[in-house]
Design a protein around this ligand. Structure first.
Ligand code: DC
Length: 233
């Protein structure tokens, strides 16, 4: 196993994890694992093969044989996602896909099947790992564990803005309900529930803008990993 440092950033969707992780991966020039994308690709693959979310055996087989590639296309965090060689970068970002990923994610053997793939991202010079159980299960010995959170309304607002900026239709009330439903499923499941690790630093981003969160995290990185000077912020 690599002894390169790992920083984990866990938390619910819309908490700002993606933006923070991209920033850190770019600044530090470290590898980046978007573990949610892996669950999302599995959901797309299952849908394409008409595998029902109750069919555990088929889902586990699919997870074991999943032909997924993450191709770095620019700075560390810009990644194209391919399933069976086909670009699915945008297809995995829909609300529908997030929901489908959350429905299959509680299956213990599915999670087990995806574990080695996630740990394979752990390479020098370091790794930024984004997800729900990065600090608790996948990289328990990470040098810095961050748990980002924000209230549901704020997260729904952010998602609404993102969708509108992309010219897509969005309904704030539906987004709020969808996020709350996904939170409940992700955090109450028995297997690797979404929760802060005991040694995680919890940051509530509800009332913070992105620059404030970045400054806060850059300071934590400087404090916890003094050997890194190029953390910006
Ligand atoms: O972070 P995201 O919204 O892309 O994740 C999609 C779903 O995948 C999320 O609702 C739950 C699941 N997931 C998980 O169970 N464990 C992870 N480490 C990452 C995501």
């Amino acid at each position: 196993m690599s002894d390169a440092p790992v920083i984990t950033v866990d938390g619910p969707s819309g908490s700002g994890k993606g933006t923070i992780c991209s920033y850190l991966a770019d600044r530090l020039q470290w590898h980046f694992l978007d573990s949610g994308a892996l669950y999302r690709v599995l959901a797309v693959a299952a849908q394409r093969q008409h595998i029902d979310s109750n069919n555990e055996a088929a889902l586990v087989n699919l997870a074991e044989d999943l032909r997924v590639e993450f191709k770095v296309t620019g700075a560390g965090s810009l990644v194209a996602v391919l399933l069976d060689g086909e670009l699915v970068t945008d297809a995995i970002r829909t609300e529908h896909c997030g929901h489908a990923a959350s429905v299959i994610a509680p299956i213990a053997n599915v999670r087990k099947a995806l574990l080695a793939r996630q740990r394979a991202f752990h390479k020098a010079p370091g790794l930024i790992a984004d997800g729900r159980d990065m600090g608790t299960v996948v990289f328990p010995s990470a040098v810095l564990k961050i748990y980002l959170t924000a209230n549901v309304e704020q997260r729904a607002q952010r998602r609404y803005k993102q969708l509108k900026e992309k010219g897509l239709s969005a309904n704030l009330h539906q987004l709020c309900a969808g996020i709350a439903e996904r939170d409940a499923r992700d955090s109450t499941r028995t297997e690797a529930p979404s929760k802060p690790a005991k040694d995680a630093i919890i940051i509530d981003t509800s009332t913070l803008d992105i620059d404030a969160v970045l400054a806060n995290i850059s300071e934590l990185v400087r404090r916890e990993i003094p050997s890194l000077s190029n953390t910006g912020g």
